[in-house]
Design a binder for this molecule. Structure first.
Ligand code: ZN
Length: 301
């Protein structure tokens, strides 16, 4: 069902990346500004990252895997000890905005300012320029790809257009898209936060895991790419995290799964392109410059 699968290393049937977005309280300050300091219970729910991240890192160590964390730079500045722990574990830190700002709600020059600022913080705190980026809330803008190319990034993790990697291209250059989709995000499965106007029915871990594992089994049958978009304060809660640990054990037990960081996956994909063993599909951005012409005569207003 996948016509052009990537040849994964060592004959693996699926490439897997558990990616966590460490948004902590950035989202509350951004969306609620003056009110945020008064929302103490919600703030404490978000600050559960302080508890969940060490737990997740221990879990990765037990299972012997290195993974990727997408990190708003403001959160890195606020909680530097968590950054140190992630780096000590040998994991990848990738970009996820400065304060989780929404790129497609900003003017291009504003987006560029915050894009540059996030990269500078990551460089300073990790000693390395980020190789990839995920747009906060998937709000990728028409300028985002050019800004990524200017910063030398090699992959994006924001879009949803395929089951396997593909190329995003503008007149300026290209990056590899490592796509995911909403079913792989823990937010719709678990997030009930009235202060933030999220009122999802809370599922049992087994129910959410049923969705993630259906995606995994299909990707494994067809040699695809399985990337989660999870949050420590959501999926790092005790019962859910226990279930994630069981999941990793099961996946590793199959013997044909490649767990890797996003950077490792992008580097492998580029190698396959360079040596001619795989030819990617190319997606040109932006899809449209403005409203389609059919909407411009005013009759469909
Ligand atoms: Zn986020």
């Amino acid at each position: 069902m996948i016509k052009n699968p990537v040849p994964w290393p060592n004959g693996a049937k699926v490439a897997c990346a558990i990616t966590f977005d460490i948004d902590t309280d950035s989202i509350l300050h951004l969306e609620h500004r003056e009110r945020a300091p008064d929302l103490l219970a919600t703030m404490s729910w978000l600050k559960y990252d302080i508890v969940a991240i060490p737990r997740i890192l221990d879990m990765y160590e037990r299972h012997g895997i290195k993974q990727t964390f997408f990190y708003p730079a403001w959160c890195m500045e606020q909680y530097p000890h968590l950054v140190d722990m992630i780096l000590e574990g040998g994991h990848e830190i990738a970009a996820h905005g400065y304060l989780h700002e929404n790129p497609n709600k900003l003017k291009p020059e504003e987006e560029l300012y915050w894009f540059d600022r996030q990269v500078e913080v990551i460089k300073k705190m990790t000693g390395k320029s980020p190789r990839g980026w995920r747009a906060p809330l998937y709000n990728y803008s028409k300028s985002s790809l050019d800004y990524m190319i200017d910063k030398g990034m090699i992959y994006d993790a924001s879009l949803m257009g395929d089951d396997i990697p593909y190329i995003l291209q503008t007149d300026k250059g290209q990056v590899i898209e490592l796509p995911t989709q909403w079913a792989m995000d823990d937010w719709p499965h678990y997030t009930h936060a009235p202060d933030m106007h999220y009122m999802m029915p809370i599922k049992a871990p087994d129910e959410a895991m049923n969705v993630f594992m259906s995606e995994f089994e299909a990707m494994r049958r067809h040699q695809g790419l399985w990337i989660t978009v999870w949050h420590p304060f959501v999926s790092g809660r005790l019962a859910r995290c226990e279930r994630v640990s069981q999941m990793i054990e099961y996946m590793q037990g199959t013997g044909d799964v490649w767990f890797a960081t996003m950077e490792e996956i992008a580097v492998h994909v580029q190698k396959c392109i360079d040596d001619g063993s795989w030819k990617p599909r190319i997606d040109k951005l932006p899809y449209y410059d403005g409203p389609i012409p059919e909407l411009q005569d005013g009759t469909l207003a």
